[in-house]
Design a protein around this ligand. Structure first.
Ligand SMILES: [Mg+2]
Length: 310
């Protein structure tokens, strides 16, 4: 078995905390399970972020949640008392929109996107000038009619300009949307996913995540989508491109080994910090064949404050 060094525990160790903070210029933060749980902000988070910013550190909030666009996500941050700027937010919907407009660059008119998902995706596509249908269209939030079966089967209900299906968390997923998306994929549309998280944490519990909404399409087509949320390195490349960061001086902070910590490790960042206020626990990296092992860990993010005046 490969020798993996165990993470350094920082809670209650001011000298180690100071060394840790000095190693980095940029901190990428996962949000849920790190800063808050649902609508409950963890104690000391605002002060911890202030402390890091006062030391000249850049703070970037990286979220797989595609249901909110960046301005909407900023509202969530400020509503919870965390001062921030829209440019500090990087979400999977934004990451997907950037990919479609700047990398995929399908030639018009076959550059239209069929969306499975909520307004967050639509807003980011609109911002990048990408034409789309589906998404929150109320006409797709209904039962199948005999006309639908026929129109989907013979293609008369399908838009010939769809070049890509972008799927994310959709609170109104149904048979009609899946049937339409499936036909576009069969006709050669590029299959993209904002993220493939199995679950969505909210109200101190878990609900089906984007990955669980997308599974039927994977099952039907036998294809895997290109995904933009953590741990996808497509997202890391996009973040690096946007912020021009030095990976060696960047630390990923998160609560989930298989998304956040893996994202930082595979992105070859200078370090990763696991916080134990969310999904993953110490046992998860101590077991055999862990999904990822962080380089540092704390019980809670606010434990970093202990280093501030040491
Ligand atoms: Mg999290």
């Amino acid at each position: 078995m490969a020798q993996v060094s165990m993470p350094k525990y920082l809670t209650g160790d001011p000298a180690a905390i100071n060394d840790f903070i000095d190693k980095f210029d940029v901190f990428l933060f996962d949000c849920d399970g790190v800063l808050w749980s649902g609508d409950h902000l963890y104690e000391g988070v605002v002060e911890t972020l202030e402390m890091l910013r006062s030391k000249g550190k850049k703070t970037i909030f990286v979220t797989n949640n595609s249901t909110k666009s960046r301005p909407e996500y900023l509202k969530k941050l400020t509503g919870l008392g965390i001062p921030g700027h829209v440019d500090e937010i990087f979400g999977s919907a934004y990451s997907s929109a950037i990919y479609i407009s700047r990398i995929l660059k399908q030639p018009a008119p076959k550059n239209k996107v069929f969306v499975i998902g909520e307004a967050g995706i639509e807003n980011e596509l609109r911002e990048e000038g990408i034409p789309f249908i589906g998404g929150t269209d109320p006409n797709l939030r209904r039962e199948m009619t005999p006309e639908d079966w026929q129109g989907i089967a013979d293609g008369s209900m399908l838009d010939p300009d769809i070049g890509c299906v972008l799927a994310g968390l959709d609170f109104h997923i149904n048979y009609l949307k899946l049937s339409i998306a499936y036909q576009y994929l069969r006709r050669g549309a590029v299959f993209l996913a904002t993220n493939v998280d199995s679950t969505f944490p909210i109200n101190h519990n878990f609900f089906p995540g984007a990955g669980s909404i997308i599974i039927p399409l994977i099952n039907m087509t036998g294809q895997q989508p290109l995904s933009f949320g953590k741990p996808s390195q497509a997202m890391m490349d996009a973040i690096e491109g946007k912020f021009q960061l030095d990976r060696e001086r960047t630390c990923m902070v998160g609560d989930r080994l298989n998304t956040d910590i893996k994202f930082g490790v595979e992105g070859k960042l200078g370090g990763t910090l696991a916080v134990l206020t969310g999904v993953s626990k110490k046992e998860d990296w101590e077991k055999e064949d862990p999904e990822a092992v962080p380089s540092f860990y704390v019980d809670a993010l606010s434990d970093l404050r202990a280093g501030a005046h040491a």
